[in-house]
Design a protein around this ligand. Structure first.
Ligand code: ATP
Ligand code: MG
Length: 196
């Protein structure tokens, strides 16, 4: 069995919080690979992503270039409509019958797991690896019993970084260098993404 971590998100833009979560999960949970999956239309977010799907995917590719275990997948960007994880997992299981999958998610996403589309079905097919993030400590006790056993919480150095905060910095004309990998920084500046 190949053990694969799935890192889903809008990645608008990808930042070092995403990368550290993925690398920490890979190491602590013995994952063979981590697949980054930018979503087209995230189910539980208001408002469309700011950057195009193409640009968000390109930033993911730039960010993970050189990591032999990290891959970028475009299946959610290609699939029309809302990007439900359950559809992604069905597609990936068919593509790789020899793979076992675990979603890597931050504290905000752990706490809203009960609201995920067809969560019981999803939790039957994949496990979850949860990491706390500043402002979003994981509250495993508040999850329903059925989900609790499917979530493994791992420690990770806390990075108070979000894509929204990075977009806000750009709107104010401020630097986002080192919050994102150098290649992503240069791409954002060159394309004038997020408004400055
Ligand atoms: P936004 O502010 O636009 O929501 P974000 O920084 O939360 O952006 P997402 O693309 O929404 O990024 O998140 C993708 C996944 O990465 C989610 O599971 C989220 O919880 C996790 N994540 C994002 N930032 C961090 C961080 N700093 N530490 C740990 N996990 C994070
Ligand atoms: Mg988010």
């Amino acid at each position: 069995m190949k053990r694969v971590g799935l890192m889903g998100g809008t990645f608008d833009p990808i930042h070092i919080g995403h990368l550290l979560a993925a690398e920490t999960a890979r190491e602590q949970c013995g994952l063979d690979e981590v697949w980054f999956i930018p979503s087209r239309t995230p189910p539980l977010k208001s408002g469309a992503p700011s950057a195009s799907g193409e640009d968000r995917l390109e930033m993911v590719r730039l960010a993970i270039a050189g990591h032999p275990a990290f891959k970028a997948l475009d299946l959610e960007l290609r699939r029309p409509g809302i990007s439900y994880s359950i559809d992604t997992v069905h597609e990936l299981s068919a593509r790789c019958p020899g793979c076992s999958f675990a979603y890597i998610i931050g504290g905000d996403r752990v706490n809203d797991l009960p609201r995920w589309h067809r969560i019981d079905e999803l939790a039957a097919s994949v496990a979850f690896i949860g990491v706390s993030r500043p402002g979003h400590p994981v509250d495993i006790g508040s999850l329903p019993e059925s989900l609790r056993g499917r979530v493994r919480i791992i420690p990770m150095p806390q990075l108070d970084i979000s894509s929204s905060a990075i977009r806000a910095l750009r709107r104010e004309g401020r630097s986002v260098r080192y919050l994102v990998p150098d290649g992503v920084h240069d791409f954002i500046v060159r394309k004038g993404l997020y408004g400055s």
